[in-house]
Design a protein around this ligand. Sequence first.
Ligand code: ADP
Ligand code: LRH
Length: 485
Amino acid sequence: TGPRAYAAVDLGASSGRVMTGRVGRDLLELTEAHRFPNRPVRLPEGLRWDVLGLYAGVLDGLRAAGALCGGRLGSVGIDSWAVDYGLLDADGALLGNPVHYRDARTEGVAEKVWASVPADELYAATGLQYAPFNTLYQLAAARGTAQLAAAERLLLIPDLLAYWLTGEQGTELTNASTTQLIDPRTGDWARGVADRLGVDLGLFAPLRRPGDPAGALRAELLAELGLTGPVPLTTVGSHDTASAVAAVPAADERFAYICTGTWSLAGLELDAPVLTEASRAANFTNELGLDGTVRHLRNIMGLWLLQECCRAWGDPDLGELLREAAGVPALRSVVDAGDAAFLAPGRMPERIAAACRDAGQPVPESRAEITRCILDSLALAHRRAVAEAQALADHPVDVVHIVGGGTRNALLCQLTADACGLPVVAGPAEAAALGNVLVQARAQGLVGDRAEMRRLLARTQPLERYEPRGDRAAWRAAEDRLAGR
Ligand code: ADP
Ligand code: LRH
């Protein structure tokens, strides 16, 4: 068979994109068909996703993807950020706008959940780190609302878009593992937890796994999008981080990864979850990946910190800001980039300055100083996560792979290499879309197992290598300073 074209819909928290991937024996070529901003909207009732705007962007993107390949798409796959969902009524119509995971409704909810199922039991049953936005806590926050009472079906964001495109409903497993309602050892529902917390698992459509068929584009859409049918949808790792880690171009198992975009997700790919008390205390999660793999990782606030500062500053030129930040002395002040205090939007420069002041460090003042503080803090958090993951999982690594939009930030990549004391291989930037495309191609027999996917990535994608430089003692001292040691 000759090369085939696939469309990957990849929705990040900051932008959505539809990419076309051409895959053949020694070919993996990704082209951006369409990119559109993902701007949450603050309504009187709270922070919401503009999911209709996103769906419109997906349709525009599929039209553009079709135009790039003569209207012939081998299949379509969808991935997005995790944990969030839409509710449908008995007629299958959407009930309201999906709530944004940064909405304040989950404040104080965890303590109520833990009164029914203690945090250690929850970890033992689901392997998920504590994050206020895990779907479980969102559902607890929604309890008693008219909307949840009226709901007959809950679809995670990629499954909701797939439903609108095909008319078929399912619950993709890698994303379902971020609900905190899945047992990572069995890949099935954690029924005991759901029962004890009164969560109705009947809300969820049947589980499906990456590679499973997921219907075909509705006939009316084909004409509207200029596509020759039938166009199947293929289930991919619909959690963007599952797709991104599938596209880490690692040569063997001795690697750590950092998926850098709105978040930094730093950790290891393992065969089995780490459910120890030490792993729970360190707030490491166990999310499901392709083929039964587990991502043992920590969520770090990521470039969100910089995105929010840039928003406050009226969106200055990022390249120029990063060039200025490179000239600011290193490690003058650092903040804890793992701290959930930075989760909510708004007033980010002030909040960062306050955190530095409270820790008795110099307060960064200029935009360049604040940017440098963010990048140093991220590199420091990367260092901690990579070191702790190796110890917790007893899985040593020789290299750190960085994928995602942050690979375009050379300063961040170099600082991460310096902080970790390990070589960093940066790229691909669009890892989630590539993982999405590769799973579709694999379902059609064009590529082999995960190792073969990774070899194809390493042969075809431009990668940048950063060797560790400088004095690691300075990073250790900054780490101690932050820990109050
Ligand atoms: P998400 O998928 O979470 O929306 P991305 O993976 O698209 O995020 O990464 C977005 C981030 O990548 C931006 O916030 C920005 O910090 C960084 N980035 C994107 N383009 C560039 C660039 N040209 N130079 C430096 N950083 C960039
Ligand atoms: C990254 C991501 C991450 C989740 C967060 C909610 O886009 O999917 O893996 O923890 O969004």
